[in-house]
Design a protein around this ligand. Structure first.
Ligand SMILES: NC(=O)c1ccc[n+]([C@@H]2O[C@H](COP(=O)([O-])OP(=O)(O)OC[C@H]3O[C@@H](n4cnc5c(N)ncnc54)[C@H](O)[C@@H]3O)[C@@H](O)[C@H]2O)c1
Length: 324
């Protein structure tokens, strides 16, 4: 079996690659796993260091928007797991062209090549941010899409393309929509690694607005476990929400990180709220639970403690990224 993982050098994609090659998903043992990654600022070979000696791993440096590259890597593939994306909301507010290019055009390029090469399975990794913001309750998968940031809008567009390739062409594609992830190897522009590494260094942490925005935090291992359930058992043309971590306001999250790093509230620096900042995300995970037996396994206490410890032990990984 040959598996093509796009964006496999990023935070979540590399976790998935390490898990697959590490035997975390018994019965799913590829003969070859190809990581197709452009190595943007977010792609990092060090994320694959624990598996770089594995003879089944091949790293292809290339852009998913380039049909020649994609046509070269796609033939013979049994499963595509598509993580590659521009993923940082703040960057999409500063400039959205790259987001439309990679997230929309790149996804279309992959879907088209998968169709032409008769790839039997394609999983498109998306986000709960495509639903917009919800004050009460949780979104089921058939909730209308109302993305608010250019990042979320570009992901929603790619979801619709994936769906259309199933409806029009019968491509065996499923879509996952996950809540906020945390864990090791997350680029230190995202809130948890940014705050943890600032706190370790005795710096302040920038808290947006009133700190009341709510996110459902899920450990990256649980996200990848959910993706794998969808890879193996998800139905074609279907969307699966993945979440069920712990809802925290940004203020509550910050307090936990302050405690874990031995700092106090004086480290908090209030900054002007993010433009169009979604107040709350919450996905209903009844479908993936019922159909595929998904349940998150990492509780937030343990997951956050281990994550903070990882950044404390791995300064060599994050220090060069903070300084660039
Ligand atoms: N981080 C989260 O909390 C979260 C939550 C839900 C869904 N997601 C989705 O999961 C996926 C992975 O997110 P992440 O946090 O690991 O992102 P990331 O930014 O850490 O990694 C993205 C990877 O894609 C690669 N890439 C970017 N543009 C490319 C291109 N044009 N061609 C080839 N490779 C390219 C980068 O080099 C990098 O390795 C994304 O699709 C994202 O939308 C993320």
């Amino acid at each position: 079996m040959r598996v093509l993982v796009t964006g496999g050098a990023g935070f979540i994609g590399s976790n998935y690659v390490r898990k697959v090659l590490g035997g975390a998903y018994p019965g799913f043992e590829p003969d070859e796993l190809v990581v197709l990654d452009k190595f943007t600022y977010a792609g990092n070979r060090a994320n694959l260091a624990p598996v770089e000696q594995d003879a089944r791993l091949r790293i292809a440096v290339g852009d998913i928007c380039d049909p020649a590259v994609v046509k070269q890597e796609m033939p013979g593939t049994d499963v595509v797991v598509h993580f590659a994306a521009e993923s940082h909301v703040d960057r999409s507010i500063a400039g959205s062209a790259e987001f439309v290019m990679t997230n929309v055009v790149g996804t279309q390029t992959l879907l088209q090549a998968a169709l032409e090469c008769d790839v039997p399975r394609f999983v498109h990794v998306s986000t709960d941010e495509v639903y917009g913001s919800i004050d009460h309750g949780s979104w089921p998968e058939d909730h209308p899409l109302a993305p608010n940031s250019p990042y979320a809008a570009s992901k929603a567009s790619s979801d619709l393309l994936a769906r259309a390739f199933h409806t029009t062409h019968g491509l065996n594609v499923s879509i996952t929509r996950c809540s906020n992830n945390y864990g090791p190897y997350q680029y230190p522009e995202k809130v948890i690694p940014l705050f943890v590494t600032n706190l370790i260094d005795g710096l302040s942490v920038p808290l947006y607005g009133d700190g009341g925005n709510i996110r459902d935090w899920l450990h990256v291992d649980d996200h990848c476990r959910g993706i794998q359930l969808v890879v193996e058992g998800g139905r074609a043309g279907e969307v699966y929400n993945i979440g069920g971590g712990t809802e925290l306001t940004n203020r509550e999250l910050t307090e936990r990180l302050l405690k874990a790093t031995g700092r106090n509230e004086s480290a908090i620096r209030r900054v002007t709220d993010r433009k169009g900042h979604d107040r709350r995300y919450s996905v209903d995970i009844a479908k993936i639970t019922r159909e595929l037996g998904y349940q998150p396994q990492v509780d937030i206490e343990t997951g956050l403690a281990e994550t903070v410890e990882w950044y404390q032990r791995n300064r060599r990984w994050w220090e060069p990224l903070k300084n660039c």
